[in-house]
Design a protein around this ligand. Structure first.
Ligand code: SAM
Length: 369
């Protein structure tokens, strides 16, 4: 089978046409072939075909509306020491901060005035906040804004804590698996972090009833096309509601300071493949993609992304939530960020969608917003 035929197989798989997912070897071949074509600067029939199908699939499922999430980076303390991450506990140069519950609520107030209906609370694994304090905060946000969605993203916890937060009103949880290959996982994380635990967390989140997001970095150190193929296979078993991917970008105060960044081309190809394999999935054009290149978000949307997550954190702390060097939008006030987004989306024929933007199962061609 050539690469165009393989793209057709994935497209049929996404449309539920009794198609099985190709093997890991075939998927790795496809990723390698598409990247080589993209980077050759010559004719690129495979990339153009993938982009066309990915864009058509996204527009057919969601229209040209892009969902908006307000990101609140509420703490950069972290108990983990991931080799790639700027807020790892071993980074002694980082100025640490944590927002109080009142400060977090005032970020939500600011977001709400601008029309945000999803608040994403993201942070390092900071054990300073008790489980009950977090539950209380979730309850307060939901009391104040009952028609909003609360998304959590603070890493690995046990089943009962996830359940406590879900019962307090949290709707969604983002926890990237980072890489589906155990051998690769162990090259990115110190020995006290467990691949199995991360994967168990994801299945627990789904079982509890969260709209669950997973994902991975593209071009992380030591990653091969086989690892990326394994990511696709893993995601087809997990069936998450959201998939967050973005390029790996090095941070100067981490062990991976000298490693190469993930590429724009490979990230766009993975976005396109994810869109056709999982048509209904909520797929953000991430800040890392926007940090890699000036119009990264727009390019992501043109390869099938349908979510953007502007920053609602106070500008005074933005520069300290530095996962990698060169993070975009650290000086933009939330309102400026949103206004700029609207203009940029309009230029490519898209607009910001209203509402919470929950996950819905839609098959391309069958339903539209
Ligand atoms: N602590 C939570 C967790 O582990 O899921 C959420 C915060 S964590 C910093 C959010 C995500 O940032 C990670 O899942 C990882 O994929 C991404 N990230 C961290 N360092 C990065 C880097 N150097 N380049 C690109 N993405 C990075």
């Amino acid at each position: 089978m050539n690469h165009l035929e393989l793209i057709d197989v994935l497209y049929k798989y996404g449309k539920n046409e009794k198609q099985v997912l190709p093997t890991k070897e075939a998927l790795a071949f496809l990723i390698r072939k598409l990247c080589a074509e993209f980077q050759s600067g010559k004719e690129r029939p495979g990339v153009s075909y993938l982009q066309k199908l990915a864009q058509e699939t996204a527009v057919s499922c969601f229209g040209t509306g892009i969902y908006l999430r307000g990101l609140i980076e509420f703490t950069n303390y972290c108990r983990n020491n991931c080799y790639y991450c700027g807020i790892r506990c071993g980074n002694e140069k980082l100025k640490r901060y944590r927002l109080t519950p009142e400060e977090i609520l005032s970020c939500c107030d600011k977001g709400r005035k601008l029309g945000f209906q999803t608040f994403v609370l993201q942070g390092g694994e900071d054990m300073h906040y008790s489980d009950a304090e977090i539950a209380d905060l979730i309850g307060k946000i939901k009391d104040r804004y009952p028609d909003s969605a609360v998304t959590l993203s603070f890493g690995e916890r046990n089943y009962s804590v996830y359940k406590q937060w879900f019962d307090a009103g949290a709707d969604r949880y983002l926890l990237r698996h980072e890489t589906a290959s155990k051998t690769h996982y162990e090259k990115l994380h110190p020995p006290d972090m467990s691949y199995e635990n991360r994967i168990d967390c994801l299945f627990n989140l789904k079982e509890i009833g969260y709209q669950t997001g997973s994902g991975f970095m593209v071009g992380s150190p030591y990653q091969t096309e086989y690892d990326l193929a394994e990511d696709l296979i893993f995601l087809s078993a997990l069936k998450p509601h959201m998939i967050g991917i973005g390029p790996f970008l090095p941070h100067k105060d981490t062990p991976f300071r000298n490693k190469a960044s993930g590429t724009l081309e490979q990230t766009l190809i993975m976005l396109g493949l994810l869109r056709i394999i999982f048509p209904s999935v909520l797929l953000p054009a991430t800040t890392a993609l926007a940090s890699l290149t000036e119009n990264g978000r727009e390019q992501g949307i043109l390869f099938g992304a349908n979510v953007v997550m502007p920053n609602l954190s106070p500008v005074s702390v933005r520069e300290h939530y530095m996962l990698y060097d060169g993070k975009a939008f650290i000086k933009d006030e939330a309102a400026e960020g949103k206004a700029m987004l609207e203009i940029r989306l309009e230029k490519i024929g898209y607009h910001l969608a209203e509402g919470r933007g929950d996950y819905r199962e839609v098959l391309p061609g069958k339903e539209k917003n």
